[in-house]
Design a protein around this ligand. Structure first.
Ligand SMILES: Nc1ncnc2c1ncn2[C@@H]1O[C@H](COP(=O)(O)OP(=O)(O)OP(=O)(O)O)[C@@H](O)[C@H]1O
Ligand SMILES: [Mg+2]
Length: 227
């Protein structure tokens, strides 16, 4: 990944990780946070709005990654911010919006741990709370602005995107990484594309991506022809 974006994600950047079902968004983000914690001792916050924390731990353990030990030592925090949890709290008399609740939880944990890597899985769950596209765009912009304020932090916004059409969200973030998972003659093909990464040069090719027993493997030397 570092080779594709010439030296790693820019600090204070917010990147959209876009892809269809099973394209590897969750694993990509988990792996980013785990490697930050293990190799660089950088704290990570993973806000899950889709899977339960227990499911995420199972995802991780299927690759032999032990996230419980990182959680215990405070290098990784998994925040359960699923709408069902919000509704439980709401029934107990809370009045804030889902978006404010999600952001407050992420902000408090990121400040407490001085997080250097934040993942939000996924943006689509947040967008479901807005019927007005303009209002949602404003909210995303304020979210990105707030994430930019965390010192030296790399943020990943996971985005469920099935079609190859460009979307508004892609214009707002500093970077866009597309995880392609597309049918070819005899099966499915995985590839990664850096659509944009502000403030750095980056590869403009499709590179093969494999999900192996050790996690995601990207080959920066190889390219694939997708279309
Ligand atoms: N232990 C493993 N070894 C090899 N491949 C795996 C393993 N665990 C998951 N995979 C592959 O990764 C895929 C799931 O990846 P991931 O959960 O990151 O996708 P996603 O883009 O987050 O999907 P969704 O949008 O449904 O949340 C599986 O469908 C499978 O192909
Ligand atoms: Mg996922």
């Amino acid at each position: 990944m570092d080779e594709l974006i010439r030296g790693g994600f820019p600090k204070r950047s917010v990147t959209l990780i876009s892809g269809g079902p099973g394209s590897g968004k969750t694993i990509f983000a988990l792996q980013m946070l785990i490697s930050g914690a293990e190799k660089f001792d950088e704290a990570g916050v993973y806000a899950t709005l889709t899977e339960t924390p227990e499911e995420l731990r199972l995802d991780a353990s299927s690759f032999g990654w032990n996230i419980e030990s990182l959680e215990k030592t405070g290098r990784l925090a998994i925040l359960d911010l699923r709408p069902s949890r919000f509704l439980e709290l709401k029934s107990e008399g809370r009045t804030d919006s889902f978006f404010s609740w999600v952001w407050k939880n992420i902000r408090l944990k990121a400040e407490e741990t001085e997080a250097k890597r934040i993942a939000i899985d996924s943006l689509n769950v947040l967008s479901a709370y807005f019927s007005d596209e303009h209002q949602f765009r404003q909210k995303i912009m304020s979210l990105i602005e707030a994430l930019h304020k965390f010192p030296e932090c790399i943020s990943l916004l996971l985005f469920e995107q099935i079609t190859l059409e460009r979307t508004i969200e892609e214009f707002l973030t500093d970077g866009v990484i597309i995880l392609h998972y597309i049918p070819v003659k005899n099966g499915m093909l995985r590839a990664i594309q850096i659509l944009k990464m502000r403030r750095t040069e980056h590869s403009e090719y499709f590179h093969p991506l494999n999900i192996t027993r050790e996690g995601i493997r990207i080959d920066p030397e190889e390219t694939v022809a997708l279309f």
